[in-house]
Ligand binder design. Structure first.
Ligand SMILES: [Mn+2]
Length: 248
């Protein structure tokens, strides 16, 4: 964030992050995703080959591996240093959903509770912002498969450990009971919203076209509640706007 200035390229941000990994005797846990503007709306974008237009957001999903253990963090920030009003509206909504998801990471809760908590916030927000014109129940759908999924088309998190997408989570076998969270588990919480201007199957409000936001932290489940292991990485709008470009 500190090194980001208008005109920066995706590969330049990638090089700053991966230099930090290497300098600390670490390596990437997975190929870093650095997507500016519309590229942030392509979930597994990793060519990192575009220069980022002034005024666009950049989404960075990157994590290093230490002693075999993976990390997995996503942050989204404006390359110009300040969020536009539409970017701010989407960012605040995703952050609210992420905080609701983290809050639900309590021992004893069902694995799906964080996905449901975050999804409810996103669906209601999409209605409030005028993206969806329906009731909350309709937006969510019978099995959380309603139209809000047009804008949030991935899971809210996964187990994290020796692999970045570690085993566990979800169901224990195809017909087993749904897993409950236990102290000591580490999982990611990473809701997002994506309004790719290339989506010709949706009527995306012009003000949100080209915006992609995801916020991801790594969370340890304890008897005393969730502990955000990645809390030192800024994620409020105020923190981000103060930091972006400050090195330049
Ligand atoms: Mn992840």
């Amino acid at each position: 964030m500190r090194a980001t200035l208008p005109g920066i390229a995706e590969w330049e941000i990638q090089s700053v992050i991966e230099a930090a990994f290497t300098a600390r005797e670490s390596c990437w846990a997975y190929q870093s995703i650095v997507g500016g503007g519309d590229n942030a709306t392509i979930l597994h974008y990793k060519s990192n080959s575009d220069r980022i237009a002034e005024g666009d957001l950049v989404l960075v999903d990157a994590g290093c591996e230490v002693s075999g253990y993976a990390s997995d963090i996503t942050r989204t920030w404006p390359v110009s240093g300040s969020f536009s009003q539409p970017q701010r509206e989407i960012y605040e909504l995703v952050l609210k959903a992420q905080l609701a998801g983290i809050e639900s990471c309590k021992a004893g809760n069902l694995w799906t509770s964080m996905h449901h908590a975050g999804s409810r916030v996103l669906a209601q927000g999409l209605i409030d912002l005028g993206v969806l014109d329906c009731s909350l129940d309709e937006a969510l759908g019978e099995d959380f498969d309603g139209p809000f999924r047009d804008y949030f088309m991935h899971g809210t998190g996964h187990m994290l450990g020796l692999d970045v997408h570690d085993v566990g989570g979800g169901r224990q076998g195809d017909d087993g009971p749904e897993r409950r969270l236990e102290p000591g588990m580490v999982l990611t919480v990473e809701p997002g919203l994506y309004f790719g201007s290339w989506r010709d199957d949706l009527e995306i409000p012009e003000r949100y076209s080209g915006i992609g936001v995801r916020i991801e932290d790594d969370v340890l489940v304890t008897v005393d509640g969730p502990v955000v292991l990645t809390s030192s990485c800024p994620k409020t709008i105020e923190e981000i706007e103060a930091l972006v470009g400050s090195e330049g």
